[in-house]
Every structure is written in C-alpha cells, then in structure tokens.
Design a protein around this ligand. Structure first.
Ligand code: DQA
Length: 152
C-alpha cells in the first residue's frame, strides 16, 4: 500500500479555458489557480496529485485507465462528456477506483441536456454548483473516502 494517497485530478474539454470562458457561468478562476489550490490542500493532508486536462475523449479514457495502479482515487470534471460519454463512464467503472465528479456550474438548473450525467453513476458522488470551490470540496470528500478504505 502506498504511503501517500495519490489522486488523479482529471479535467475535460474546454476547462483549459477557465477564467476566460463564459465567466458569468464558470467564474474567473483559471484551471491553474484551481489546481494550485488543490495541491496545497493535498499537501496539507499528506496526499499527492497528478493534475491533467484533456480535450479529447480518448485521452481521458487513457488517463483513467493509467490510474489503475498509479492512483488511489480520481477527481473528475468530465466537462461536456458528462452528458454523453459512455466510454468515460465505462472507464471509471473498469478501473474500480473511488471517483468523485465535480462541476463548477449547477448543471441541474441549466439547459435540459445538462441535467443528465451518464458518468456520475460510476462515481461515488457528485458536487456541482459551487464554482471553483466544487473542486476543493470534491477533493476533500475523495481524500476522506480513500482514507476510510485504506486507513491513511
Ligand atoms: C461543466 C458543466 C458541463 O455541462 C459543461 O459542458 C462544462 C463544464 C462544469 O464544470 O460546470 O464544460 O462540467
């Protein structure tokens, strides 16, 4: 068993544009700012992070598969793939690691096509609607889950 909890933080398409992308919906915090905050939180809890962002579905599937054996849990914002990627859902189910899904926006109050998450059922839970803070809350919850199962 690894001494440190290791978490893959995986952000999907267009999240590289956070800060400039529809700031009235997603806020002005950049992905780099979010990831720096997560790294600080992880360090405070003795965990290590691997932060990745991919625009392509296949790259996200590859990253999830690679987490098998290299990570203890996955914090994921699948972006638009949330709403239709069975491939990402299946990858999450296949690796059998605890995963927490996060969204900056409150997807259930937005357009109807955002109301369904096909990836969430492969996750332990979902946090949505708290802006950049959704990532922080998701990480704290995931580290709790990992700690409960591994006894870190
Ligand atoms: C999002 C919500 C999705 O509907 C959207 O396609 C995104 C971002 C969020 O974090 O609020 O790209 O995942």
């Amino acid at each position: 068993m690894a001494a440190l909890a290791r978490v893959l933080v995986l952000s999907g398409p267009n999240l590289n544009l956070l800060g400039v992308r529809e700031p009235e919906v997603y806020g002005r915090t950049t992905l780099a700012d979010i990831e720096a905050d997560l790294v600080r939180r992880a360090q405070a809890r003795g965990a290590s992070l691997d932060c990745q962002q991919h625009n392509g579905e296949g790259a996200m599937v590859d990253a999830i598969q690679a987490a098998r054996g290299t990570a203890d849990g996955i914090l994921i914002n699948p972006g638009a793939y949330t709403h239709y990627s069975i491939a990402i859902r299946d990858a999450l189910a296949a690796v059998d690691l605890p995963a927490v899904e996060v969204h900056l926006s409150h997807i259930f109050t937005r357009e109807a096509f955002r109301h369904e998450s096909v990836t969430a059922p492969a996750c332990r839970g979902i946090i949505a609607g708290f802006g950049a803070r959704s990532y922080a809350l998701g990480l704290e919850a995931l580290l709790d889950l990992i700690g409960e199962t591994a006894g870190y």
